[in-house]
Design a protein around this ligand. Structure first.
Ligand code: SF4
Length: 386
């Protein structure tokens, strides 16, 4: 593959949008969240360009409200190390029990160290190439292909562009059938775990299943050899002892596939932007952004956002976009359901004007205006003002 990019190429344009900082790799969490708001052009462009949205949000003065605490990260890393110790001995014990497979001995490959002495982009390509070769040999049933693959680097096409995934998972294969193993540090107590944590883990695992299936298909193998049952490994009952269970991610796969397919392609989104638009933070020698905040904010506002309250738990730019939506009085602030029901009514002021009759409906707004007027009449009746 040629690394040359020409002016006007979508890849060149995306690099220009990102500016001078290296691209930030996508992880499954980011892709699962990206699919959660497929209509947002701002996010699609920034993620497509590999921009560090967290750094941009902080420089804009709107730092994101989430992120794992250092304690949780340390705990998660320690648990993962425990599960993977001694060539994944503990993990193998669980897989034998859970999948009832005669796993006698295994060959373990850690792909993480491949290409570590190169720059990030070359290293990613090398790791992905190595992963491809291992998975291909495993699918062909070659004896030395291995059974466990730690940190395989997968790729997924998002909005027409390839994103590498930096998984912290193990892919397991036996007899040519693959399972994704997701290791999480939230506790399972008496067989029950926090439903939202399990749902988030399932969404992320579905991204890996999709990426591994895409790889098998690309290599000419049956993609359905990747099971829709993922292995979720969590600590059990307040102790650090790992326990494994199977989670069916078919529903998450269907949602993800549908939403990725619906995403507007980046090429079309970029066509409507000014040629010189960039989100560059212009980091100085100490790595701190030097770009004037107002200039960056202006650049970000030139892209179309689609704010929804769900952004508050999935996107680093949520406080910036919420502030923007408030200033515009956007009906998006009221949530997706209200926004969809309001159809083409973009602002709260417009909706209120249609409801109390001080504003005439534009073409196509007659039906929603009638419904809003009825709702306003009922509200007044309830309040006893008529
Ligand atoms: S926070 Fe902003 S950029 Fe992120 S998905 Fe929501 S609207 Fe889009």
């Amino acid at each position: 593959m040629s690394g040359l990019k020409r002016e006007g190429d979508p890849a060149h344009r995306l690099d220009a949008l990102r500016g001078t900082t290296p691209p930030r790799p996508h992880d499954a969490r980011a892709i699962a969240a990206l699919a959660a708001n497929p209509g947002c052009a701002r996010r699609a462009l920034m993620d497509g360009a590999g921009l560090d949205k967290d750094a941009a949000a902080r420089h804009l003065g709107f730092p994101a409200p989430f992120g794992q605490s250092p304690f949780a990260i340390t705990r998660g890393n320690a648990f993962e190390a425990l599960v993977k110790a001694d060539g994944c001995a503990e993990l193998l014990r669980m897989l034998r029990e859970l999948l009832r497979l005669p796993v006698a001995e295994v060959a373990y490959h850690d792909v993480q160290n491949v290409g570590e002495n190169t720059d990030a982009r070359t290293g990613a390509h090398l790791r992905h190439a190595h992963t491809r070769s291992l998975i291909d040999r495993a699918a062909r049933g070659e004896d030395d292909a291995g059974t466990l693959y730690d940190h395989p680097l997968l790729a997924l096409t998002i909005a027409g562009h390839t994103a590498f995934l930096e998984p912290d998972v193990v892919a397991f294969q036996l007899g040519g059938r693959f399972h994704i193993v997701e290791i999480k540090s939230f506790a399972v107590i008496d067989g029950q775990a926090e439903p939202s944590a399990v749902a988030a883990a399932a969404r992320q695992a579905a991204v890996y299943v999709l990426a591994l299936r895409a790889l098998l298909e690309e290599l000419g193998h049956d993609p359905l050899r990747v099971s829709h049952d993922v292995v979720l490994v969590c600590p059990e009952n307040f102790a650090n002892r790992p326990a494994a269970s199977l989670v069916d991610v078919r529903r998450q796969l269907a949602v993800l596939r549908r939403q990725l397919a619906r995403m507007t392609t980046l090429d079309r989104l970029m066509a409507g932007l000014p040629e010189d638009l960039t989100f560059d933070l212009r980091p100085g020698e100490d790595g701190r952004p030097t770009r004037p905040v107002a200039e960056l904010a202006d650049a970000v506002r030139r892209t179309t956002a689609r704010y929804a309250p769900e952004c508050l738990s999935t996107c680093d730019l949520c406080f910036f976009c919420r502030d923007e939506a408030r200033q515009e009085g956007a009906s998006d602030l009221l949530g997706r359901q209200v926004r969809d029901e309001l159809g083409g009514v973009a602002s709260v002021a417009e909706a209120l004007g249609l409801a109390d009759g001080t504003r005439d409906p534009a073409e196509g707004q007659e039906e929603i205006a009638r419904l809003l007027r009825n709702a306003e009449r009922l509200r007044r009746e309830c309040l006893g003002s008529v």
